[in-house]
Design a protein around this ligand. Structure first.
Ligand code: 2NL
Length: 365
């Protein structure tokens, strides 16, 4: 809504030549603005302000209202323009009236602005509010397969003792898998390692020993390595056999090594891996690549003997095959099954569980 003022004096109206009743009459402009008239118009503007003020909902509304009342051509300016039509002696009183209204409007605009800003801020906070007391969305982070955990633990133990970790191909030649390990073709010992042949002379490795052969052929002693890796044997699956399994073999070759060193290394390993309180037993065994050979058992006081690995002093025939002088160096090796270690450590009674990948099983590790 607009307040319609009658024609107001324009630019031609200067201070030196105050608008007089006569002049306005002569120019045909409206008169007479008496004090009463200004009071009435001021009250009208105040009424209009109060209406406008009530309808303000946003900062934009408020700005429009400000321009309408306090702008260059706003109501207050129009009232002041009207002032000039008054005789000079009346202007002070009327000016005071308009100024009071202007100050009121200015003050109220300011406080409305504050209120609107507070309201906008409250809305923003409400919109952006997060309830940190709500329960989180659970995403399982997963864990390493128990066989991986056991392998990493074994690697850690031996790396701390100064062994390097070596690896090699899973598809091997008959030479590296058997012959270099003192297991000639047609030898009855081969029955132990029923194999998956890919081609004539090419098979899936039945142990990680070929990695050790490759390392010895590629460098001079001393050699201190462990060889973890996947191996394959043509076994029918049951609680203790699976055609795919994992092995860690250890090899230490150096001048002056004896079986006592082998026992010491295994003792340290057992204490680290299974914890204190085990006794250890070596008993005679046979492997074509070690002489003498032994199987190693451990037990807790009162418990049953548990076989944990096979071991032995490297057979001189193997050293000769890789170009080491058996008169110069000695060495020992052992091989253990990662599945067997995991079964003993965690009390798992069926090797097949490691390969079925049921979450209910895997989540327990
Ligand atoms: C077992 C027995 C064994 C070795 C592996 C080995 C490797 C080279 C030379 C001599 Cl290159 N020996 N390895 C020695 C003794 C036992 O494994 O029953 N493993 C599960």
């Amino acid at each position: 809504m607009r307040i319609h003022f009658k024609a107001l004096p324009g630019k031609g109206c200067s201070r030196e030549r105050p608008v007089t009743v006569d002049r306005l009459r002569r120019t045909g402009l409206y008169l007479p603005a008496m004090l009463g008239e200004i009071e009435r118009k001021t009250a009208e503007v105040r009424g209009e302000w109060e209406k406008g003020r009530a309808g303000v909902e946003s900062l934009q509304d408020l700005e429009e209202l400000r321009v309408r009342f306090l702008g260059k051509r706003g109501y207050i300016a129009q009232l002041f323009a009207l002032l000039r039509t008054l005789p000079p002696e009346k202007r002070a009183a009327a000016g005071k009236l308009i100024n009071t209204l202007r100050e009121q409007i200015e003050g109220e605009l300011e406080s409305l602005k504050g209120q609107l800003a507070a309201k906008a801020e409250a809305e923003r906070l409400k919109r952006e509010a997060h309830d940190f007391s709500l329960p989180g969305v659970w995403r399982g982070i997963g864990n390493l397969h128990p066989l991986t955990q056991v392998r990493l633990e074994i690697e850690r133990i031996f790396m701390e003792m100064g062994f390097d970790v070596a690896s090699g191909p899973e598809v091997e030649t008959d030479y590296y898998n058997f012959e270099a390990l003192n297991i000639p073709a047609d030898h009855p010992a081969r029955d132990e390692w029923d194999s998956f042949y890919i081609d004539e002379g090419l098979l899936l490795r039945t142990h990680t020993s070929p990695v050790q052969i490759r390392v010895m052929k590629s460098k001079k002693p001393p050699v201190r390595i462990i060889c973890p890796g996947r191996c394959y044997r043509r076994d029918n699956p049951d609680a203790t056999h699976f055609p795919v399994f994992h092995q860690v073999e250890l090899l230490w070759v150096e001048k002056g090594l004896t079986m006592a060193h082998l026992k010491w290394i295994i003792e340290v390993f057992v204490r680290e891996f299974f914890g204190p309180g085990y006794e250890m037993r070596f008993s005679a065994d046979f492997f074509p690549f070690t002489e003498p050979s032994a199987q190693v058992h451990i037990r807790r006081a009162g418990g049953p003997w548990l076989e944990i690995m096979g071991a032995g002093m490297v057979d001189p025939a193997v050293f000769e095959e890789v170009g080491y002088d058996p008169e110069e160096v000695t060495g020992f090796a052992f091989g253990l099954g990662i599945e067997r270690m995991a079964m003993l450590k965690y009390g798992v009674d069926d090797i097949r569980l490691f390969f079925q990948n049921h979450l209910r099983f895997l989540e327990q590790f």
